[in-house]
Design a protein. Structure first.
Length: 343
């Protein structure tokens, strides 16, 4: 017997769910969502569904492209360091870059935030990051779900998932495998670090070194280790979408789980392979440190981490140089990592 007064009226709050806290978070989210509005997004936050008008967004013969993802065990680093401001950018980036790889413009985004006991302050920080990611991707935050589920998560922990819908005019769908040929150039854009992949291995490596998250990062003396490893995933939409629409790109590969080894072939037809020169770029300091500290093999590095390459595009050799010059003008760091060859 629990000793609880069985005649006492129970409420949802007694069971661990605070509806008022959830309502307060929704009110805090509304101005963040409003800051992401774009043509085509006319529905008000808080309805049963998010509305989007493709015609108002300027599309004539669109194909919808959808994607969903999370940020994996990078969340564990956010919990350990109590840094939640940028994890939402990661969430949007993982979804938006994926639909971009099909040639699509991300149009609208929804998030799923689940926790055992809602902390409105933490929730607001996470959603602030999601809104910033949406602004970077040019998509609107049309809604989402905040779930408070007592007993499902450890205290202070939460889970995140994201869902994006984009659109591409039918002739612009990527990859254009029929146009690809041996000799096409592989141009890469730099990553900001591990992005949102490989964090289970990263945490094991840090554990082996004995370093604390608040210690100075061995690869960046200006930052603490946890802060440096939480660098948000880069979003490439605004840099690459104009090039896609100008027919400059034949294929795109978003370098996520599986690294260069497994993601680059996803944009290629069976008769072509990617010939990547590992010496074409310098391994960024964070990856150099991870490899040395964890005694990680070259092959394991290439299939676990992006190794400094956030996205790879296949382009005709004739347009490679002017394309790279345009990207440099936009503040990007493009570099050639190889070419396509016959399988």
């Amino acid at each position: 017997m629990s000793g609880e007064d069985s005649s006492k009226p129970l409420t949802y709050r007694d069971a661990g769910v605070d509806i008022d806290a959830g309502d307060a978070l929704v009110d805090a989210i509304k101005p963040l969502a409003a800051s992401t509005r774009r043509p085509g997004a006319d529905g008000a936050l808080g309805g049963f569904g998010g509305l989007f008008d493709l015609k108002a967004a300027g599309f004539k013969d669109p194909v919808l492209v959808s994607g969903t993802d999370g940020v994996g065990t990078k969340l564990m680093l956010a919990f350990a360091t109590n840094r939640h401001e940028t994890i939402g950018i990661d969430l949007v980036a993982m979804c938006a870059n994926d639909v971009l790889a099909q040639g699509a413009e991300p149009l609208f985004f929804l998030d799923y935030f689940a926790t055992g006991k809602l902390d409105a302050g933490t929730g607001a920080k996470v959603i602030t990051g999601i809104a910033e990611g949406c602004r970077q991707a040019g998509c609107t935050l049309v809604g989402g779900e905040t779930a408070e589920m007592p007993g499902m998560y450890a205290p202070g922990h939460y889970d995140l998932a994201g869902f994006v819908v984009g659109a591409v005019e039918r002739p612009d769908i990527l990859p254009k495998t029929d146009d690809m040929k041996p000799g096409d150039v592989l141009v890469a854009l730099a990553s900001s670090g591990p992005h949102s992949n490989g964090y289970s291995l990263i945490r094991r490596i840090v554990e082996r070194t004995g370093l604390a998250w608040e210690d100075c990062a061995p690869f960046d003396e200006k930052k603490k280790l946890g802060e440096a490893l939480l660098a948000p995933t880069r979003i490439y939409v605004k840099s690459l979408l104009p090039l896609i629409r100008n027919k400059r790109i034949k294929g795109l590969a978003h370098i996520t789980g599986g690294g260069l080894t497994e993601n680059t072939p996803r944009m290629l037809p069976d008769h072509l392979v990617a010939k990547i020169d590992d010496k074409a770029w310098t391994l960024p300091p964070v990856f150099d440190w991870l490899q040395r500290a964890g005694s990680v093999s070259d092959a394991e590095m290439r299939r676990t981490f992006n190794c400094g390459v956030g996205i790879v595009m296949a382009v005709d050799p004739v347009v490679a140089q002017p394309l790279m010059e345009r990207l440099i003008d936009q503040g990007e760091e493009p570099f050639v990592i190889g070419e396509l060859g016959a399988a």
